[in-house]
Design a protein around this ligand. Structure first.
Ligand SMILES: *Cc1c(COP(=O)(O)O)cnc(C)c1O
Length: 397
């Protein structure tokens, strides 16, 4: 082993600890749910993206077990080499119908869907225009492309600022870029607010730009049966590239790109994580089909998700907590100071509530918060108990 490298690693880790940025994941010892066993302790879980409670749903589990019996546990190869099973194909057909798009291509994660799709559709003649709060996987996908995209060159607009977006589009037209791609989260992952997609689409149409929306946190949450922001805003046929995740509300794992048949065809030929990384185990695809069945036919989990969300936000507001304009289940509780947010996370844990502090650099300095995620997996009693814990912890702080 290289001793210089090992000491470099040690120094980097020490620096993270000094900066209070060092993380150790807690160990979940039960299924992901509203109430979990974690690090040996029973806690109310307010940190999961398992919005609809599907990660441990009996029908979804049974579909996975049946698929193991039928198909075994692995796809055996990269999909184009021999790893596309009919169950993978069926999932994509079901998702395309669900999204009202011509076609869907599934990747093994939302992260890989972004890092596979974005560079594949761009050349060095193009420009990407991004919201400043876009997810890390969008940023990495953009960095893998040869297009212009840098904030320092003026291609990142202030959060949801449509005037700045229009300025970017004007400037891009003056500079004569071949393609202009506007990318936004559909629901912003740390603030829980919704992108103004109708305005973005209208500007894109006016300035001849392409729209890509990352619906990781809108999938299963917004729109008809959880079909996402395009459905929520009735923008069918007007968004070129829609990304959805299968890892959050759908409760399993994966990401997909929904769009035209040509878009899918192009990504099958040029999407590098699709081309060079093995496809999902067949049980993943089968479990996802079962999860989709539930989303399409049983409105109850989504109704419970929104009823819990409304109760939780109203209760926090009534107690004077600031939820930062969040409009979706993602509910930040504003703290401000980084040290206070970390203390609050530890005190909540002691009170039996697991919720994470979100700090710089994930959010701006001085805008630290506790991020809470009510879900369909929570009972009313879980949320009432969590609220009492928040009140006790605030009194102590
Ligand atoms: C979580 C998330 C992803 C990544 O999805 P995975 O399926 O977990 O890889 C991508 N984009 C956004 C906005 C996300 O919140």
């Amino acid at each position: 082993m290289n001793s210089g490298f090992q000491s470099w690693l040690g120094q980097q880790l020490d620096q993270l600890k000094t900066d209070n940025l060092y993380k150790i994941p807690k160990i979940l010892e039960s299924p992901a749910g509203g109430r979990v066993k974690m690090n040996g302790k029973e806690v109310i879980n307010l940190a999961s993206n398992n919005y609809l409670g599907l990660a441990n749903h009996p029908k979804v589990k049974q579909a996975a077990l049946d698929a193991i019996e039928k198909w075994g546990v692995g796809a055996g190869a990269v999909r184009w080499i021999g790893g596309t099973m009919s169950v993978h194909q069926e999932l994509e057909e079901r998702l395309a119908a669900f999204k009202h798009t011509e076609a869907v291509l599934v990747f093994t994660g939302g992260f890989t869907a972004n890092s596979g799709c974005i560079p594949a559709v761009l050349t060095n003649q193009d420009v990407v225009i991004s919201d400043e709060l876009n997810h890390a996987s969008i940023i990495d996908g953009v960095r893998l492309s040869p297009a212009a995209y840098k904030k320092s060159e003026g291609w990142v607009y202030a959060h949801k600022d449509m005037n700045q977006l229009e300025e970017c589009l004007k400037k891009a037209n003056e500079k004569g870029f071949a393609k202009k791609l506007i990318i936004t989260d559909g629901v912003f992952s740390m603030d829980g607010d919704i992108a103004p997609l109708p305005d973005i689409v209208q500007l894109a149409e006016q300035y001849d730009a392409i729209v890509m929306v990352d619906d990781a946190h809108a999938s299963g949450v917004l729109g008809k049966n959880g079909a996402g922001s395009t459905s929520h805003f009735d923008l069918y046929g007007r968004v070129d590239i829609q990304l959805g995740t299968l890892s959050k509300a759908l409760g399993v794992m994966g990401g997909y790109i929904a769009g035209s048949a040509n878009l899918k065809d192009w990504l099958v030929n040029r999407g590098r994580p699709y081309l060079f990384s093995t496809g999902h185990p067949p049980m993943v695809a089968a479990a996802l089909i079962a999860a989709l069945d539930i989303m399409e036919n049983d409105p109850e989990p989504m109704q419970r998700l929104w009823a819990n969300t409304k109760w939780w936000k109203d209760a926090l507001a009534a107690e004077g907590f600031d939820t930062m304009g969040s409009e979706t289940p993602i509910t930040p509780v504003y703290v401000g100071d980084e040290g206070d947010a970390q203390r609050m996370e530890r005190m909540l844990w002691d009170e039996g509530v697991y919720a994470l502090s979100i700090l710089y650099p994930t959010v701006a300095r001085g805008k630290a918060r506790i991020r809470t995620m009510p879900s369909a997996a929570h009972s009313q009693a879980d949320l009432e108990e969590a609220l009492e814990a928040f009140k006790r912890v605030r009194a102590k702080l």
